[in-house]
Ligand binder design. Structure first.
Ligand code: ACO
Length: 358
């Protein structure tokens, strides 16, 4: 028995933050951000990560033709969830009414979706579960230090989801590779996140994402290429067999350099970073949903996913798509309307972290 993706969906919050909006916050320019990252705009959420997840989850379930009662395992990949206790998955389970589902968070930062895909598929392969809902959801603007122009232009909020179900051998997950270099965790971190350090002694600059951009860039390209090749090899396939590569959307230059290193031409690489920035665990399920909506995946297509992120973690997965590339049904789930403008939402960041960098 194997496991395949039978449903997909996304939920992007309505508020847009453009590069010119960011020019009002830090010393940057549309030209710098576009040429260095490929990002033109990103979304800023007026609701919690669990709310984005619940809507994306409902849409994925509808696409699979499944009801909330069918789900027996909920995996929520996130590194910017609502709370640590209870888990974000606990909140999503409640909001969606997934009363028959076990639920847990999975934190592998930007690699979280690929980690979740391999975990969920293997729970099905092992016979423990029949319908797994895997959601990548992030509210990264919460960690956006508005005085640090090297990081605050990169990230955005959003959620994407897939449903995994049993499939016949040869369809679904064919091979994968997951890895971590914990000794390099310092290159991308939130210094005062979680329980480390002294209670009540957290300086604002320790509460945002801190990153050595060039180190992360270099490692991301090397590991996404190496890991993709390993996963392809484990699948018994060749690089030429891959119909579409859906990489984590961190930076268009990382994506281009990875594709060049692999020798995959850009026509086979899906990119939507211009619209959403880096939404960490959500980038791949959102990109997958858009690739399907745009008809870029056909019955039997070989789809390669690859990701790299905080940890430093990486992961790749190769999937042979099944027969169905259109949703069975659509969901009418929607977010509540936004009651604030983008800048009004970001005012709390400006108040906490401060304004204008040097
Ligand atoms: N606007 C204007 N200037 C800026 C900005 C900005 N937003 N940010 C940095 N600069 C300046 C720097 O201060 C520096 O100025 P200086 O030369 O006067 O000192 C100059 O631009 C060059 O800075 P670099 O850090 O060398 O720029 P680089 O080309 O490396 O691009 C970037 C920086 C975009 C962060 C890049 O290193 C990168 O994408 N790294 C990968 C990190 C990443 O994507 N992380 C996301 C999470 S991990 C993941 O998802 C893979």
């Amino acid at each position: 028995m194997n496991a395949e993706i039978t449903g997909w969906g996304k939920c992007m919050p309505p508020n847009v933050l453009t590069n010119s909006d960011l020019e009002q916050i830090v010393d940057t320019s549309d030209d710098w951000i576009t040429t260095r990252t490929g990002i033109k705009e990103r979304r800023i959420s007026h609701v919690e990560a669990s709310d984005l997840a619940a809507v994306a989850g409902q849409r994925a379930l509808a696409a699979a033709g499944k009801s909330v009662d069918d789900v027996d395992l909920l995996l929520v990949a996130t590194c910017s969830g609502d709370t640590i206790i209870p888990s974000t998955a606990s909140r999503v389970q409640d909001k969606m009414g997934l009363t028959n589902a076990a639920a847990m968070d999975l934190n592998a930062a930007c690699s979280g979706f690929v980690y979740g895909l391999v975990t969920g598929a293997n729970m099905i392969r092992g016979g423990t579960n029949k319908t797994v809902l895997l959601i990548g959801t992030e509210k990264l603007h919460y960690l956006m230090n508005t005085t640090d122009r090297t990081t605050c232009v990169l990230f955005g909020d959003g959620a994407g989801a897939v449903v995994l179900e049993p499939s016949e051998e040869g369809i679904g997950l064919l091979g994968s590779d997951l890895g971590m270099d914990g000794s390099a965790g310092k290159y991308l971190h939130v210094p005062a996140d979680g329980t480390q350090g002294e209670i009540g002694r957290r300086a604002p600059e320790q509460c945002g994402i801190a990153m050595d951009g060039q180190e992360v860039f270099r490692r991301a390209v090397t590991m996404m290429a190496e890991s993709s090749l390993l996963a392809i090899q484990k699948s018994g396939l060749d690089l030429e067999d891959v119909d579409i590569l859906i990489p984590h959307q961190a930076n268009v230059r990382i994506i281009d350099a990875t594709a060049r290193r692999l020798g995959v031409d850009s026509a086979r690489v899906f990119v939507n970073i211009q619209s959403y920035g880096n939404t960490s665990a959500a980038t791949i399920p959102v990109a997958l949903t858009e690739a399907l909506e745009q008809g870029q995946i056909e019955p039997g297509s070989i789809v390669a996913f690859t990701a790299f992120g905080g940890g430093l973690s990486w992961g790749s997965a190769i999937v042979r798509w099944g027969e169905r590339v259109t949703p069975i049904a659509t969901s009418d789930a929607e977010l509540p309307p936004a009651d604030k403008t983008t800048m009004e939402i970001l005012q709390s960041n400006l108040d906490f972290f401060g304004e204008k960098s040097a």
